[in-house]
Design a binder for this molecule. Structure first.
Ligand code: XMP
Ligand code: MG
Length: 183
């Protein structure tokens, strides 16, 4: 593994670590206000949402619980189909709880729309979504995302939890890959 070449694999940085920190602080303030006086369960979607969750909860000056789900979306190549399989389910029952789903990125929105239907069937008191990134295709699907970090163009991005072949998740920013990486 040649860590020294990671920067060479990138084309451009779309969102810097500073921009992410500032935006997450703003989202955390809104979340604190919106859920004042209510218990809150954050549900992170593995693996991409790990970084967003870690930084978001540390910006929240209140009690929260965290739980995690891992889902796999069947699709051709990089496009998801909306047919989803649960690889790891929540540890606990969410009936009667205020749930906030934490996502890295919403592309077509198909995965999220399936996930919300699944979670709603378990009878939570409320369910909302916080996503760091959203692509333009998401507008085609009727999913209401209450907290969005950044609207980004329809490009494949990596970093801050997002991977290409499981690499680049550990980058502290979001960027696009140089064409030579795909070859
Ligand atoms: P949909 O299309 O269902 O898909 O909203 C969401 C999931 O697809 C993955 N995804 C990406 N992963 N860079 C990535 O590393 C991207 O640009 C990208 N776009 C979509 C991601 O797993 C997300 O949860
Ligand atoms: Mg991935």
């Amino acid at each position: 593994m040649d860590q020294a070449t990671v920067a060479d694999d990138l084309e451009k940085i779309l969102v810097t670590k500073e921009q992410i920190d500032e935006r997450l602080a703003g989202m955390a303030a809104r979340i604190s206000a919106d859920y004042e006086g209510r218990d809150l369960l954050l549900v992170g979607v593995l693996k991409g949402a790990v970084m967003v969750m870690a930084d978001l909860v540390r910006a929240l000056d209140r009690h929260v619980e965290m739980d995690w789900m891992a889902v796999s979306s069947y699709g051709s190549g990089t496009k998801s189909s909306g047919v989803v399989r649960i690889l790891k389910d929540l540890d606990k029952d969410i009936s009667g709880l205020h749930v906030l789903v934490v996502e890295d990125i919403i592309d077509s929105g198909l995965t999220l729309s399936w996930l919300l239907a699944n979670l709603r069937s378990r009878g939570p008191a409320s369910i909302e979504v916080a996503a760091l990134l959203r692509k333009p295709d998401a507008a085609k699907v009727d999913v209401d995302v209450r907290y969005v970090g950044f609207e980004i163009p329809d490009e494949f991005v990596v970093g801050y939890g997002l991977d290409y072949a499981e690499r680049y998740r550990n980058l502290p920013f979001v960027g696009t890959l140089a064409p030579h990486v795909y070859r």
